[in-house]
Design a protein. Structure first.
Lengths: 292, 235
């Protein structure tokens, strides 16, 4: 029983990061109708920048805020420079652009900061939380920060005019233009937000998985699984899906024989395939029916 | 003239859909484009809003707006109620109306305008928190018109406002349009299959056939011409 609870809590902590990645994936999917395969590499790059700032002696939270802001601007720049010229191109061209972005960022990390594994500090410490063995302070911090980010995003989309304009642009670009919304900029803003959310996730997971250029590969896969499980068209669903995948992953790794640590990543793929077979729109997603 | 269109051609890919269209609308005027299915009526509206590729000259308030991005035309005060209504079906009625005012900054006046729209269309007020997709066809059309008015447009483009609506609702909608034209002085360009109604509201009509204007004149004259009615208007 103790072990079960402990694994669920640890699953929730990892799930918080997957939820953040899933949310970032869904935001870009809603804006441009494609999965961003470079999402994880964008987050890794941001985390390396944070590591560099810390190495130069910046205090943690100042580095944290700076990196989130830089990532936001960087996300917008990627959209304007790389994807805006391609927005009428075929799916395959866009896919190639994603792969290019992936390898540029991945190799860039290695070129600038080399491939040795680096430790990344946590501002929360790793003591047991309130003396409990169930969860430590960093895990609690991961969950806490993710929830704050989600609340901010929710407030932005529900409570501000700009958020409303972004939702409208994602739903019906043509009508959005007719009411004067600059749809192209809304897409860029979506990229900026996704990059910022990814940066937060990268900085939170780095103390757990250690920092190296391929750090986010597994995390992104879990994030995709969470997004597919919750529904690619539902930000709230993606978040719940992310947490669920975190718990499923941990429980299966602990209690299902043969899976153990080595086959844990397979769980993410099994979740993706299973959801696509049973309910392709995801639990909270909606099927879009289009007339042809 | 507030809007002048001079020798405009429009293209879908290689296919030319409009041939040398010329017309204009005065400040506060109401004009209608009539014609059969496929004559190019919708394309004229889309050409004005930069939604299709065009050549030729389009001037609004003296500015040459041909080739402008759609959102920039909207920002000049041209509101378009598109074919198929174009409501944001997963947003609430009130959010749809707020989106209509996205180009404006005057919060208090926006709130007042939303109340004014609810005054014209009380049913929308009852359903203000509902998703637009759950409204009936007539209510969605009212919402689309309401959203367009939230822009405080100087020119309102209406694409088949009567489409798919019960005759009583159509009557009501056209009465409200007439009242809005009188009260706010917004100019209107109405594309309609229901020629009789459109000719009642408009003072001037253009007849479109295969992408060309084949006839134009005062609405009363066009409506009274037996031959035109039989050949083009189908009633």
């Amino acid at each position: 029983m103790q072990l079960l609870l402990q694994q669920i809590m640890a699953g929730l902590a990892n799930g918080a990061i997957y939820a953040g990645m899933a949310l970032a994936v869904v935001m870009i999917f809603l804006a441009i109708d494609h999965l961003n395969f470079a999402q994880g590499e964008m987050a890794t790059f941001s985390t390396f920048v944070a590591w560099q700032l810390l190495a130069w002696g910046f205090p943690y939270w100042i580095a944290f805020v700076l990196v989130v802001m830089l990532s936001f601007v960087g996300g917008i720049a990627i959209e304007r420079i790389l994807f805006k010229p391609l927005h009428k191109a075929s799916i395959l061209s866009q896919l190639v652009a994603f792969i290019a972005l992936f390898s540029i960022l991945n190799s860039g990390d290695g070129y600038i900061w080399d491939y040795t594994i680096k430790t990344f500090p946590t501002p929360f410490g790793t003591r047991p939380l309130f003396g409990s063995v169930l969860i430590d302070t960093h895990e609690a911090g991961m969950i806490g920060v993710t929830l704050v980010v989600l609340l901010l995003i929710y407030g932005f989309f529900r409570g501000t005019r700009l958020g409303l304009a972004m939702r409208a642009a994602a739903q019906n670009p043509e009508s959005a233009r007719l009411v004067g919304i600059r749809v192209g900029w809304m897409t860029a803003l979506g990229w900026g937000l996704a990059a910022a959310i990814g940066a937060v996730g990268g900085m939170l997971i780095a103390p757990v998985v250690f920092l190296e250029p391929n750090m986010m590969f597994g995390v992104l896969l879990y994030g995709f699984a969470g997004a597919v499980l919750g529904g690619l068209t539902s930000p709230g669903g993606a978040v719940i899906g992310g947490f669920a995948v975190g718990i499923i992953e941990n429980l299966a790794g602990t209690f299902v024989p043969y899976i153990g640590r080595d086959l844990k990543l397979t769980i993410a793929l099994i979740v993706i395939v299973a959801v696509l077979m049973v309910r392709p729109a995801g639990i909270f997603g909606r099927m879009t029916v289009s007339r042809v | 003239m507030m809007l002048t269109v001079d020798g405009v051609n429009a293209y879908y890919g290689e296919q030319q859909a409009l041939f040398g269209i010329s017309f204009g609308i005065d400040e506060g005027g109401v004009r209608t484009l009539l014609g059969a299915n496929g004559a190019g009526k919708t394309t004229v509206l889309r050409a004005l809003c930069g939604m299709v590729r065009t050549s030729g000259e389009i001037r609004f308030d003296g500015k040459a707006i041909a080739g402008w991005a759609t959102e920039n035309v909207a920002r000049l005060g041209v509101a378009h109620v598109p074919d198929g209504r174009g409501t944001f079906v997963r947003l609430t009625v009130e959010e749809n109306l707020q989106l209509g005012a996205m180009t404006r900054r005057d919060r208090a006046a926006i709130a007042a305008d939303i109340e004014r729209i609810y005054g014209h269309f009380p049913r929308l007020k009852e359903r203000r928190r509902q998703q637009a997709g759950t409204l009936s066809g007539g209510e969605q059309q009212m919402l689309a018109v309401g959203r367009a008015l939230m822009l405080r447009p100087r020119l309102l483009l209406l694409d088949e406002p009567s489409f798919g609506l019960a005759p009583l609702i159509v009557e009501e909608l056209f009465q409200i349009l007439r009242q809005i034209n009188r009260d706010t002085g917004v100019a209107m360009l109405i594309v309609e299959q229901n020629a009789a109604l459109a000719l009642e509201l408009a003072e001037h009509a253009y007849l479109l056939e295969t992408g060309r204007i084949v006839m134009d004149g005062a609405a009363a004259e066009i409506g009274a011409d037996e031959g035109v009615r039989r050949a083009y208007l189908g009633y």
